[in-house]
Design a protein around this ligand. Structure first.
Ligand code: GAL
Length: 410
């Protein structure tokens, strides 16, 4: 197996590259007046107390696109409760694009689309809150959203943030279409400040598709940032988003998370094993767990995947450390990251078409040599009978994974 070991020179090279990237993206001006820069960082500092663990909930886009209305949103809120999903932590009900009229009112306010949201967003927020859930909404750091069917918030940031707060909004996803050509690093912090001034804590989800490496600046602007362009409901799309997101693992932390886009589990384009890989990788990567299927109509199989408490617990672990690929050999990969209590979460991933054995060595996982380790299989819901010393091996089916929590014992 080819090992990925990080040596001193590689670390130095990465530091130099990151510095150059900062300069070229104009995040740190080359000839900086450093105190101005620090001052600006301070002013922009996001301390809204939200996102201490990755957000969980549902978003309308992956399944419904623009075909949304208040009935779907209410029924989804009902289903989150009746299926028991809300008790597991899925508490954001997020409305994506297409909820507003194309024109603002005569005072410049956003207006809910009369034909599809006749009761208005405040009534919807009240309903969702009455179920113990939170309501999320969507806008754009440009003049129109990506559908071109509703206005964006560019130039209206403070007004819109106040509107959202007055409606009782808890989460804002902020897209990047139809903007004025200025950088996201200029446009997104304006909404950050507007939200901080709005008088209500609102989770801020940056959706600039990873264009300007938001992992490098997102933590002072928002609570999560997309690291990729849009996912679709296929193996290739899903796995490539996980790969792109992994690159930024070191930059995720409580309060600010890398976001490889929303879940497609349950939309029908992947096999059960592939959806298990999807859910496992999102969980171990500390990605937002935002369901993207029609949760009013789910098969037993899909419910089993998204209600796996043990996998959810990895995602919501208090340490908040995103897993990395610690070993790769062709189609076989090991993803791992530390959990609280000196435990380690591991995914043995087989991306290929053939069944294959995969071995994780303690050395790859950061577990001291000779440690005796207990392994909990999170998809079998079983603590393996034997303990392991130095390594753990398993045979993994094509496009499948095994997921464990390892705990040193004795
Ligand atoms: C895209 C965004 C999607 C969805 C869509 C709505 O830019 O990445 O997640 O929000 O816009 O038009």
């Amino acid at each position: 197996m080819e090992e990925r070991r990080v040596g001193y020179y590689e670390i130095l090279l990465v530091m130099v590259l990151v510095t150059l990237l900062h300069i070229s993206l104009n995040i740190v001006p080359a000839s900086a007046n450093f105190s101005d820069e620090v001052e600006q960082h301070r002013r922009n500092l996001l301390a809204n107390g939200l996102g201490t663990t990755p957000p969980m909930g549902w978003n309308s886009w992956n399944h419904f696109n623009c075909q949304i209305n208040e009935k779907i949103i209410r029924e989804t809120a009902d289903a989150l409760v009746s299926t028991g999903l809300s008790k597991l932590g899925y508490n954001y009900v997020n409305i994506d694009d297409c909820w507003a009229e194309l024109n603002r009112d005569d005072k410049g306010n956003l207006v809910a689309k009369k034909s599809t949201f006749p009761s208005g967003i405040k009534a919807l927020a009240d309903y969702v809150h009455s179920k113990g859930l939170k309501l999320g909404i969507y806008s754009d750091a440009g003049y129109f959203t990506c559908s071109n069917k509703m206005p964006g918030s560019l130039g209206h940031e403070f007004q819109d943030a106040k509107t959202f707060a007055s409606w009782g909004i808890d989460y804002l996803k902020y897209d990047n279409c139809n903007n004025d050509g200025s950088k996201p690093t200029v446009r997104y912090p304006v909404m950050t400040r507007a939200l901080m001034n709005a008088g209500r804590p609102i989770f801020f989800s940056l959706c600039e598709w990873g264009d300007m490496h938001p992992a490098l600046w997102g933590a002072r602007v928002g609570n999560s940032w997309r690291t990729t362009n849009d996912i679709n409901d296929s193996w290739d799309s899903m796995i490539s988003r996980a790969d792109m997101n992994e690159v930024y693992a070191d930059l995720a932390k409580p309060g600010g998370w890398n976001d490889p886009d929303m879940l497609e589990v349950g939309n029908g384009g992947m096999t059960k094993d592939e959806y298990i890989v999807h859910f496992s990788l999102w969980a171990i990567s500390k990605a937002p767990l935002l369901l993207g299927c029609d949760i009013r109509n789910m098969s037993k199989e899909i419910v089993e995947i998204i209600t796996n408490k043990e996998v959810i617990a990895v995602n919501q672990d208090s340490l908040g450390v995103q897993a990395k690929k610690v070993r790769m050999e062709g189609d076989q990969e090991i993803w791992a990251g530390p959990l609280s209590g000196y435990r380690v979460a591991v995914v043995l991933l087989n991306r290929g078409p053939l069944r294959n054995a995969i071995t994780a060595n303690w050395d790859d996982l950061g577990i001291p040599p000779k440690s005796v380790v207990q392994a909990r299989d999170l998809w079998q819901h079983q603590t393996l009978k034997k303990v392991f010393v130095d390594k753990l091996s398993a045979t993994v089916d094509p496009h499948s994974c095994k997921m464990y929590v390892l705990k040193p014992v004795g």
